[in-house]
Design a protein around this ligand. Sequence first.
Ligand SMILES: Cc1cc2nc3c(=O)[nH]c(=O)nc-3n(C[C@H](O)[C@H](O)[C@H](O)COP(=O)(O)O)c2cc1C
Length: 304
Amino acid sequence: MLFYLAPMEGITGYIVRNAYAHYFPYIDKYFTPFIPAAKKMSKKIKRDLAAENNEQIRLVPQLIGNRADEFLMMIRQLEDLGFTSVNLNFGCPSGTVVSKRKGAGFLADPKELEMLLEEVLEKSPLAVSVKTRVGIKDPDEWEALCGVYVKFPLEELIIHPRLQNDYYSGTPRMETFARALEQIHVPLCYNGDICSVEDYKKVTAAFPAIDRIMIGRGLLENPGLVGEIKGNPPADKARLRAFHDEILEGCLDTFRAEKDVVFHLKEIWFYLTKSFPDREKYLKLIRKCQSLQEYKLIVQQIFS
Ligand SMILES: Cc1cc2nc3c(=O)[nH]c(=O)nc-3n(C[C@H](O)[C@H](O)[C@H](O)COP(=O)(O)O)c2cc1C
């Protein structure tokens, strides 16, 4: 089985990716959080993609947009940086993205999706994969979308089997994923709600043909999850602490203001507190915390 860390905007930048690679080296492929397909890459994105910041990491940049020419412009820049694959995001459910007909919003018109993929796949010097949801409002939309995806030699198709309207609620639509498995002949990756070894076992028992899995929140809650799936003992406090400390150091080197460091780490702790008893208590403390000094004391308390 291949394991991928899901892209998570604001969280899985290079600092976090490196901490996984150093302390939980079980991830086969990483994806950047989505990068807007625009004319020029920002300095922040260039830093996230830089080879020296991703040394032990197999990284695939993810682009979000709705125009083939803009995707291609970005893809050529990625080629210059030495990348060989790119991932296109047709899954982001956020209102601000969808209202611009990007992310899952682009799934509204399968014909347009087909035209875009035709041009990108014809002209892209890089292998192209897609990360998609299964529709906007109705699981029956999948038939038309699937009819588009089957036409293209994608490197792989990553499916998070929820609708845009589902956001992250309810359970993934396993029946739709099962249909996709029958219909799609490029490598298919399952993504969604794998937060424990049991969840992993259920998904792989339901879909024995799957050979790649992407995990997001489950790996943030328990960074040792893939290690456990592979038969290793759960991550101990010392390892979690080292993982955390590397992220803290990386943030201190990168962000100018201490409050930005604390803000970034608060997002991570929203998930990571699930690895600890008394989650609610610590989450409250972390959320309220205002300064780096206060933050360090709370972290000390959590790990002691
Ligand atoms: C805070 C957050 C940020 C996300 N950012 C991205 C992103 O940049 N690109 C993307 O394709 N998906 C993004 N996702 C979706 C995840 O990659 C993943 O598909 C989703 O969380 C379901 O997988 P999981 O149940 O394993 O977490 C994001 C999800 C969350 C919760």
